[in-house]
Design a protein around this ligand. Structure first.
Ligand SMILES: NC(=O)c1ccc[n+]([C@@H]2O[C@H](COP(=O)([O-])OP(=O)(O)OC[C@H]3O[C@@H](n4cnc5c(N)ncnc54)[C@H](O)[C@@H]3O)[C@@H](O)[C@H]2O)c1
Length: 383
């Protein structure tokens, strides 16, 4: 028996009483093969995409094979910094010429669908930036293509991967919080941090929408994930654009999306979500993020620290007349890998992954309903 392949086919022909032993040996064999195999990654879009490169490089089984962007200077500087020789201005050319295992898509939202479908059709797994696409119709087409080709599609819902969120999710899944009957999420920035005038984020034909599809999508995804994607009953929402429209008009720059959204989402299990996001709220903080979950046993609070992107989380409960406030965190950052590490790990160990096409479709259906409710002024009911 000279090769892995021969050993594999021998194990495949194992007699019934040796089947479980053969399966164990095969698992070890696959692990051994995977441990030596580096997945070849292509990254398109090099602003957020640079964070993808850093994220993949935390995993030993990855190799950044190629990068793609429209800015020649970025291709050069990032290519030189990471020692990546294959540099493309055309995505189609990169896909055709490079033998990639995974492509990471970090371009403006308008390109997510076509780029994802092209890669999946070529047998390449896709990690796509959020939002998955411009609307639910695009999300469904992408998810279907992933199912049809058997190639993976994950959306970079990066806020699921912060240590406090991972710890909160574990606490909920362990049953310590109890059924969640009420949730709220506020992500408010003031106009001092707003730089989207004239850019694609403020242009509906490139982005699909404004603050809702940009940062609101993270909030909705995270709350739905923490609540285990309960079935939605109805949505009532409003959108506003006063603050940004005024500034855009004064400065003569284009802006045709909303800057603020509120929504009330009712779930079929009688739980509710109150949701408020803004790019340009009249508040003193430049960036305020807060999630609150009320469970039958505990309440959970997660807040950003010092208006930035690190977080504090706490749980509150009462027992025998004593009230408790406990911090929630992960003791080891190793338990909270980046989303890129997580995706690679799922592929090489043949495990299912979260933030998949099916979940992303549900988030986009909720976003579509919020826009529809705001546009019609009516409650939108789900079937
Ligand atoms: N997960 C997060 O927290 C997070 C944070 C920021 C942005 N994002 C998402 O990442 C995506 C990109 O956002 P950004 O802020 O990096 O945008 P950006 O405009 O700063 O950068 C876009 C990049 O895509 C490239 N690009 C554009 N069109 C292209 C094309 N046709 N072919 C090849 N390359 C093309 C550009 O050259 C540029 O490098 C968006 O979907 C955004 O929502 C996610």
């Amino acid at each position: 028996m000279g090769s892995w392949r021969e050993l594999n086919s021998y194990l495949d022909s194992a007699t019934p009483n040796s089947v479980s032993f053969a399966l164990e040996v095969k698992k070890l064999l696959n692990l051994q093969i995977h441990m030596n195999h580096k997945l070849k990654i292509g990254v398109v879009g090099l602003r957020m995409g640079k964070e993808h490169i850093d994220g993949y490089l935390t995993h030993p089984n990855t190799e950044i094979q190629a990068i793609c962007a429209k800015e020649i200077e970025k291709l050069e500087s990032i290519g030189n910094q990471y020692g990546i020789d294959a540099r493309y201005e055309s995505y189609e050319e990169m896909i055709a010429k490079e033998k990639l295992d995974i492509v990471s898509i970090a371009t403006p939202n308008r390109f997510h669908k076509d780029m994802t479908i092209l890669a999946l059709d070529q047998g390449i797994h896709v990690l796509c930036e959020k939002p998955i696409g411009m609307n639910a119709e695009e999300a469904i087409a992408m998810h279907r293509k992933s199912e049809e080709t058997g190639k993976r599609l994950m959306v970079n819902y990066s806020y699921r991967f912060i240590p406090q969120s991972v710890a909160i999710k574990q606490r909920i899944d362990a049953g310590l919080v109890g059924d969640i009957y009420s949730a709220s999420c506020h992500w408010l920035r003031n106009i001092s941090g707003f730089s989207q005038f004239g850019g694609w984020f403020g242009n509906k034909s490139m982005s699909g929408g404004g603050v809702l599809i940009d940062i609101g999508v993270h909030c909705l995804d995270k709350v739905l994930w923490l609540m285990d994607f309960p079935e939605i009953d109805s949505v009532t929402a409003s959108t506003h654009d006063y603050v940004c429209q005024k500034v855009a008009k004064e400065s003569g720059l284009s802006f045709d999306v909303e800057d603020t959204v509120e929504a009330l989402v009712k779930f079929k299990n009688n739980a509710n979500l109150m949701f408020q996001v803004s790019w340009a709220a009249n508040i003193s903080e430049s960036n305020l993020i807060e999630y609150r979950l009320l469970g039958q046993k505990e309440g959970i609070l997660e807040q950003n620290i010092n208006q930035g992107y690190t977080f504090n989380a706490q749980t509150f409960y009462e027992s025998n007349g004593i009230s408790y406030t406990l911090g929630i965190d992960h003791v080891s950052p190793k338990l909270c890998p980046t989303s890129m590490y997580y995706f690679v790990d799922a592929i090489i160990n043949d495990k299912p992954h979260m933030a998949n096409g099916s979940e992303a479709v549900k988030v986009m259906q909720l976003i579509d309903a919020i826009y529809k409710s705001a546009e019609t002024g009516k409650q939108i009911c789900f079937n």
